[in-house]
Design a protein around this ligand. Structure first.
Ligand SMILES: C[S@@+](CC[C@H](N)C(=O)[O-])C[C@H]1O[C@@H](n2cnc3c(N)ncnc32)[C@H](O)[C@@H]1O
Length: 257
């Protein structure tokens, strides 16, 4: 993966509007205790709060610039956070930590970056190998796609909210749209547009292009079972609502089968 310093250095500010999952991950980590594996940690949106809570975190990502941001953030936290952080530059389809954890997390659509079934399966099997056999759990969330809706709305720009950054004297406005969809493979191309309006009126704009896999719930059940993981609970949001048609997300709690 080509390191992209701009994406890495701006990741936290560009995702600050999405924090509805953090209280769940913090609560689960507190309940499980012990070290946490944060898979596809990016710039530490989840890793840093967990370090703040006193956990040891194994932060895995294939992008060195992202891991540099996590390390920078951990150092800024103080209170020994940097000493509890283990950054691992690795592909999530084949990493080796040399330890097992009671909790692994793949937050905010991380698994969706794996487009090929073989890679998805390899990743899940690798997570399974790193879970403590007794009581180890894997939690993750991905989108719950409505394929017909996506296919019928290609190019349609959806407003995705905004975030005020007081410290930076700016407001970030988010919008997104699907550009393309392969209904056979479930691969979608989408664009996340960030418009940054500074308090002096200056406007800057970024377009982040992503290729993602859209998982159905039965597909995930199948992949998880093949990887030796079992679904303990499935939710439609981070507050514990049921996973049912119309839910926006799929949130899974998995154990070792
Ligand atoms: C959607 S972002 C992760 C978001 C993060 N988990 C969070 O909650 O803020 C996907 C991350 O996965 C990383 N990534 C993409 N492909 C990867 C791979 N094959 N192995 C490891 N990391 C990968 C990217 O560098 C990126 O940081």
């Amino acid at each position: 993966m080509t390191p992209d310093r701009d994406v890495a250095s701006r990741f936290l500010i560009e995702h600050a509007h999405f924090d509805e999952d953090l209280s769940l991950w913090r609560a689960v980590a507190a309940e499980r205790g012990g070290a946490v594996l944060d898979l596809g940690c990016a710039a530490g949106r989840v890793t840093l709060p967990l370090l703040e809570d006193g956990h040891e975190v194994w932060a895995v990502d294939a992008d060195a610039s992202m891991l540099a941001e996590v390390a920078h953030g951990a150092a800024a936290l103080g209170t020994g956070a940097a000493q509890r952080l283990r950054t691992v530059l690795a592909d999530m389809t084949g990493f080796r930590l040399g330890t097992r954890v009671r909790l692994a997390i793949a937050a905010m659509n991380t698994l969706q970056v794996l487009l090929e079934p073989a890679d998805q399966l390899a990743c899940l099997a690798c997570v399974r190998e790193h879970l403590e056999p007794e009581g180890g759990e894997f939690w993750f969330d991905v989108a719950l796609p409505d394929m017909a809706d996506i296919a019928g709305s290609l190019g349609l720009v959806r407003a995705e909210g905004h975030h005020r950054d007081d410290a930076g004297g700016r407001t970030l406005w988010h919008s997104a749209w699907f550009q393309d969809l392969d209904t056979v493979t479930g691969t979608a191309a989408f664009v996340h547009r960030v418009e940054e309006v500074a308090d002096d009126g200056a406007v800057r704009q970024w377009h982040r292009h992503h290729l993602v896999h859209l998982f159905s719930a039965p597909e995930l059940h199948h992949l998880l079972a093949r990887a030796g993981l079992t679904v303990l609970q499935a939710f439609g949001d981070f507050a514990g609502s049921p996973l049912e048609p119309g839910a926006e997300r799929q949130v899974y709690r998995c154990g070792v089968a």
